[in-house]
Design a protein. Structure first.
Length: 157
């Protein structure tokens, strides 16, 4: 196998390279913005319910701490059991919320990436790129074609 230094290949001016910033696509592409708003709308009621439950837990905890000394032993135990039960339910609902949210975000991100990859392929073919990279440590702005991809995604809706 023969290895050619990149400088030799680049010197021939035969290689056209582009770069796409995937994070910018997730942040700025119209389909990504719509997906984020859609997910937010889908999960806002559950998020509000969790916030109410957290406040209820905090209130119960404060009430128990404030009044524990004046309560009868059986009242205190009953309130502690109530608090523990609600805490377990809260943790379960919070875990399910995070899992469901991650699943939905992954579904939407997969669709965005699929569309972005199609747009990247079309740009690569029409503008005769030899190589298009994503997620690199450093890249010159001259190679960045992210704006073209975002525009293609906006045009394609």
């Amino acid at each position: 196998m023969t290895v050619f230094p990149v400088s030799q290949v680049m010197a021939a001016d035969a290689l056209k390279i582009g770069y796409v910033n995937t994070q910018r696509i997730f942040r700025d592409a119209p389909s990504a913005v719509r997906a984020a708003k859609k997910i937010e709308a889908e999960f806002s009621k559950r998020d509000q319910d969790l916030q109410r439950m957290a406040k209820q837990l905090q209130s119960m905890q404060e009430n128990l701490e404030t009044n524990a000394m004046t309560m009868s032993e059986s009242d205190r135990r009953a309130k502690e059991k109530s608090l523990n039960d609600l805490s377990r339910e809260f943790q379960r609902k919070q875990r399910e919320f995070r899992e469901d949210l991650n699943l939905r975000q992954n579904e939407e991100n997969t669709a965005i990436i699929d569309k972005a990859n199609q747009a990247i392929r079309q740009i690569a073919e029409s503008e005769k790129y030899d190589l298009i990279l994503q997620d690199v440590v450093w890249v010159s702005q001259q190679l960045d074609i992210t704006d073209k991809v975002i525009k293609a995604l906006a045009d394609g809706k």
